[in-house]
Design a protein around this ligand. Structure first.
Ligand code: PHB
Length: 389
């Protein structure tokens, strides 16, 4: 079997890339280790930058997000018992859209299906070969039978634990990492959100976040220690802890109900450089991870895919390799902006177990500076809505 581009991974990066290539008449096959149901069952981020929404539109999947996505012109930061609004629209002229990653994935899967493009799910033993030469190949098994796909390029969209980055020789790769000494315990529930906008909470008991997926579905998080287990968090304990981190008025308005999903996620910052090795290109979580505090993960995956799809289209239309050669540097410039912002926002809002009293006071000063200074709020807002591509 032979295709122009073999895409490893059918998460949002791989699906979005597949969709943009398909629309440009480029033949791409997606190979995914898991089932479609498994991919759709992963509950992830929910905040889209306008640039990401625009890219979904260019990929032909902008209809439902335009109809059902919730436009957010601002969010609140709660500390010292008071909520302070960050007015994104007034400060930057831009907004964000709340629309779950699960929905983005579903829209892309549906579009791929109706375009008749092929995705191989449940592929076992996926491996990538000869990407340092002119004829790369991807091998995998389906129902025990071995398959090999020859291609011009491989797109590694297979996430942090995927095989693509791990197949690059260690001496060709530089990795930068920070693991935070805490996690997020997240709950999804069919209850109306406590506020029509997100609330990021800094409290002496730790960080919390009030988010949503729709007017009837809420997503809440509390900072927890890494040694904790979800089994130790029955719903009643979660709601009590969340309320204890909110101001009394907000806590009083919180509608609780049974959780429909509950999980603990560690927080990590990670970047692998470069993002290209010969004919293998990494995109999304395969190349970088941000802590979720800045809501940047999915948006960064989208910006990688924007650069990569443009480069591939340029190559197939004109024969020019300029975009392919520039891919890694272009993507990484944006990645490091998001890494810096996500790292900063994580330190701004969490209880820092290793920081001690000094860093707690510095954190408080930083929060007060945000309230006092429009320039400080503008810097936050500009990064949150996303820097231009
Ligand atoms: C979410 O709704 O899951 C969410 C929102 C904002 C974040 C992180 C997660 O910064």
């Amino acid at each position: 079997m032979r295709v122009q581009v073999a895409i490893v991974g059918a998460g949002p990066s791989g699906l979005l890339l597949g969709q943009l290539l398909q629309r440009a008449g480029i033949d791409a096959l997606i190979i995914e280790r898991r089932s479609a149901e498994y991919v759709l069952g992963r509950i992830r981020a929910g905040v889209l930058e306008q640039g990401t929404v625009d890219l979904l539109g260019r990929a032909g999947v902008g209809e439902r997000v335009a109809r059902e996505g919730l436009v957010h012109d601002g969010f609140d930061v709660l500390f010292g018992g008071q909520r302070h609004r960050v007015n994104l629209s007034a400060l930057t002229g831009r907004h964000v859209v709340v629309y779950g990653q699960t929905e983005v994935t579903r829209d892309l899967m549906d579009a791929r299906l109706s375009a008749g493009a092929s995705t191989i799910y449940d592929a076992a033993d996926v491996s990538v070969h000869d990407f340092d030469a002119d004829h790369p190949r991807v091998r995998f098994r389906v129902d025990g039978a071995a398959h090999e796909v020859a291609c011009d390029f491989i797109a590694g969209c297979d996430g942090f634990h995927g095989v693509c980055r791990q197949s690059v020789p260690a001496d060709a790769l530089r990795q930068f990492e920070r693991v935070y000494p805490f996690g997020w315990l997240g709950v999804l529930s069919d209850t109306p959100p406590v506020s029509h906008e997100l609330i990021y909470v800094n409290s002496p008991r730790g960080f919390a976040l009030c988010s949503m997926r729709s007017p009837t579905r809420s997503r809440y998080y509390v900072q927890c220690s890494l040694s904790e287990n979800v089994d130790e968090w029955p719903d009643s304990r979660f709601w009590t802890e969340l309320k204890a981190r909110l101001d009394p008025a907000t806590a009083g308005g919180l509608v609780t109900g049974p959780s429909i999903e509950k999980s603990i996620a560690p927080l990590r910052s990670f970047v692998a450089e470069p993002m290209r090795f010969g004919r293998l290109f990494l995109a999304g979580d395969a190349a970088h991870i941000v802590p979720p505090t800045g809501a940047k993960g999915l948006n960064l995956a989208a910006s990688d895919v924007h650069y990569l799809s443009s480069a591939l289209v340029e190559f197939y239309q004109s024969g020019s390799r300029a975009g392919l050669d520039a891919y890694s540097a272009r993507a990484l410039a944006r990645v490091w902006q998001a890494e810096r912002f996500s790292w900063w926002m994580t330190h701004l809002l969490h209880e820092l177990p290793e920081g001690g009293a000094f860093s707690a006071r510095v954190q408080r000063a930083e929060l007060e500076y945000l309230v006092a200074s429009q320039a400080a709020r503008t810097a936050l807002a500009e990064n949150y809505v996303g820097l231009p591509y």
